[in-house]
Design a protein around this ligand. Structure first.
Ligand code: SF4
Ligand code: SF4
Length: 252
């Protein structure tokens, strides 16, 4: 095992550092775990509170928890209370996972900035601390989908993410991962009640989506901005297989 140390005192084997993190959180039921090198901060959509720290925190751990398919299927035309509680619970679990990861990094001598899984800091511009989606892309977890969410080949958009920034050297999760995109899939376009989703992911209309989320929050009396419609149809390979199995069981 490589035990050499850099001048700043860290173990300098990125793969070994990541292996220790992965083994330390193996009991948390994470669906996805990867790391990113933040060699440039373009497209990270940083809030000023993070921007002040990012120069010294050039690595990120990204952890994802999979949403429940059956819970998502309760969302027919609007978010349900069942989905709302699930969403909140998953965010809470992600924040706990971030604390675990941060603790492991600290034990190895790293500085850490666990970023809240879901906290809007600027409601006018709908901005959080940073774009978990962009960092997940840089960690090789997936691509920016037509629905403006990260799409993972196995689980689609049905995963929520948290990020821990650190100065502990970690591997570049993109290495060796083929770049992918939505291809010919258009499933989410037709389910959006306000037509915010288009064929080109860059044409996504955030204003329309945000306005609809606010309408849902008012109508359904939810104190968070959620929808779930375009998440429900973006299942990935595993989700599609499990949906087929469920339908097969029901018709048997
Ligand atoms: S979250 Fe809802 S409103 Fe926003 S793009 Fe998806 S389906 Fe449309
Ligand atoms: S449902 Fe299809 S088109 Fe929409 S984001 Fe997912 S993979 Fe892309």
């Amino acid at each position: 095992m490589n035990k050499s140390r850099q001048d700043n005192g860290f173990p300098d084997d990125p793969a070994e550092n990541m292996r220790k993190i992965s083994s330390g959180v193996s009991h948390l039921g994470l669906a996805l775990l990867s790391s990113a090198v933040l060699d440039d901060t373009d497209d990270l959509d940083l809030h000023e509170s993070v921007r002040e720290e990012i120069d010294t925190l050039k690595y990120a751990v990204v952890a994802g928890i999979r949403l429940s398919g059956p819970v998502l299927r309760t969302v027919k035309t609007a978010p349900t209370l069942t989905y709302y509680y699930h969403y909140k619970t998953v965010n809470f679990a992600l924040d706990q996972a971030a604390l675990h990861i941060a603790g492991i990094c600290q034990q190895m001598g790293g500085r850490v900035f666990p970023v809240p899984a879901s906290q809007i800091l600027d409601w006018d511009r709908f901005k959080a601390h940073l774009s978990h989606r962009e960092i997940a892309c840089r960690a090789g977890i997936g691509w920016k989908g037509r629905n403006n969410l990260i799409v993972n080949p196995e689980y689609g958009s049905q995963v929520r993410y948290v990020t821990v920034l650190t100065d502990l050297p970690l591997p570049d999760g993109r290495e060796g991962v083929e770049s992918m995109d939505c291809g010919s899939c258009m499933r989410c376009i037709s389910v959006c009640p306000v037509g915010a989703i288009h064929e080109d992911p860059d044409d996504f209309e955030l204003d329309k989506c945000a306005a609809q989320l606010r309408r849902f929050a008012d109508i359904e009396q939810l104190n968070t901005l959620i929808c779930g419609l375009c998440v429900k149809v973006c299942e990935g390979r595993v989700g599609v297989l499990q949906s087929r199995e469920t339908k097969g069981e029901q018709s048997a």
